[in-house]
Ligand binder design. Structure first.
Ligand code: HAM
Length: 433
């Protein structure tokens, strides 16, 4: 029989890789939680129209990358290519703005985009996503950026710098679009890629984002949006940058940064790593003040970002894989069939005393069970053979030093207590370093 494989661009995450994901999620919950972001779990699927109306009909995501199909009644559904649209839908549907003036949401999980898979680019990938709704002040933009950089620092990436730009607002953007269109009209269309020739008319700002080298060359001298934004947008941007300066956060102003989704206004940003290949953008986001209204909700401003977990994992793999590898406390080796029930209940008692470990099943030699113990990385191997069972003892062997002692089964919980204290002590010391 032929074997069934995963879908191209989708992946299974086994340990220790999956531990990196747990570590990222735990860190995200801790850091974002300390700024008041509460977890929101939204569905993986939405009506297609939601993404068309928010991400923008002219974007690559909507035009080429969505997993869209009809349900059994012919309604068009789409697997979420990002989380922002779903968060907005939930916010509007639950009338959140009537209950609190500012709402902060953390969302994480898989997203789906039909892109060409390569290193750091998957068709099912995972994002850590934050959205702050209800505040228009530039201090919020600064707080969101500081929070993102703090999160990345907590993961161990201190050297990353955000690229930042402003995209203006609905008042000043049309004039910039006009200036950009005038510039683009002077370019020989034959020197632009097919997408850009189309975008020139439908959504000229997308041309700034094109990765095709000949297009990049052509738009070298394009007008910069920062020179065209209104006084309020300029003030807003300066205030954000001023706060980052005060906190001594290094950043790069990138006038070409327009982002791949259409809902952005004012502050936009991306964090790019040079260490993981061509797909280096590890996080991206920005302000989207018109989005809630565009989706039929009240006129509420918003800002947010998403981090790509596959790309963060690529960066973490080298540095952290060992640290997040949790070491079990014990491996229970059973050498006599009659001892199996007693050993099983002793192992259960150890776990109820908050230790972690496995027990061996089946009739295997001591040598093979010790090999298995060391394979699991356990710190101790507990051994129960015929003699120990008869005496109601267990041998406790330290796997690194080889030292071993025999203890009475009746005192195993005390041993567990001491072991747990030692562990907590170690963790406290590591934490205070
Ligand atoms: P985005 O820039 O499309 O923004 O995606 C954010 C991050 O998701 C990227 O920087 C990247 O790390 C990761 N990512 C995107 N596509 C893939 C892929 N195919 N494979 C692996 N990783 C990928 C958004 O999605 C916005 N919703 C962010 C946002 C939230 N803006 C405001 N709030």
């Amino acid at each position: 029989m032929s074997k069934i494989q995963t879908i191209k661009g989708f992946a299974d995450l086994f340990a220790p890789q999956s531990r990196l994901y747990t570590f990222m999620e735990d860190t995200a919950r801790r850091v974002f939680g300390s700024y008041g972001y509460n977890e929101l779990r939204i569905p993986l699927m939405e009506y297609t129209e939601l993404f068309q109306r928010s991400i923008g009909a002219e974007t690559d995501v909507v035009q080429k990358e969505m997993y869209t199909f009809p349900d059994r009644k012919g309604r068009s559904l789409t697997l979420r290519p990002e989380a922002t649209a779903g968060v907005m839908r939930a916010y509007i549907e639950q009338n959140c703005h009537a209950q609190e003036s500012v709402s902060k949401f953390f969302t994480c999980g898989p997203m789906f985009r039909y892109e060409r898979p390569q290193k750091g680019r998957m068709r099912q990938f995972h994002q850590l996503n934050c959205e702050c709704l209800g505040a228009h002040e530039p201090q919020v933009d600064a707080e969101v950026l500081l929070m993102l950089m703090f999160f990345l620092k907590e993961l161990g990436f201190e050297e990353l710098q955000p690229e930042i730009n402003t995209l203006g607002c609905r008042e000043c953007r049309p004039a910039y679009r006009e200036a950009l269109s005038n510039f683009l009209r002077r370019i020989d269309p034959a020197t632009l890629c097919e997408d850009c020739r189309r975008r020139m008319e439908s959504n000229p700002m997308r041309v700034l984002d094109c990765k095709v080298p000949s297009c990049k060359e052509q738009i070298e001298g394009a007008p910069r949006i920062r020179d065209h934004v209104c006084a309020e947008c300029a003030d807003h941007f300066d205030t954000v940058l001023g706060i980052l300066d005060k906190r001594k956060i290094a950043y790069v102003i990138n006038p070409r940064l327009v982002r791949g989704l259409d809902y952005y206004t004012r502050t936009t940003f991306e964090v790019v790593s040079s260490s993981i290949g061509a797909q280096g953008s590890v996080a991206g986001g920005g302000r989207y003040d018109g989005l809630v209204r565009q989706l039929g909700g009240p006129d509420v401003p918003g800002i947010g970002f998403a981090c790509g977990m596959e790309r963060l994992a690529l960066m973490l793999e080298d540095t952290l894989a060992e640290q997040v590898q949790s070491r079990p406390d014990f491996y229970f080796a059973v050498l006599a069939p009659e001892a199996a029930d007693t050993a099983l209940l002793a192992a259960q008692a150890l776990r109820e005393s908050h230790l972690a470990g496995e027990m061996s099943f089946g009739n295997k030699s001591l040598k093979s069970q010790l090999r298995q113990a060391s394979r699991t990385g356990a710190e101790y191997c507990l051994i129960m053979g015929e003699a120990e069972f008869a005496a109601q003892n267990v041998v406790v062997k330290h796997m690194d030093s080889g030292e071993q002692v025999s203890i009475a089964l009746a005192t195993l919980r005390d041993w567990a207590e001491i072991r747990r204290e030692q562990k907590l002590d170690k963790e406290r010391k590591r934490g205070s370093r």
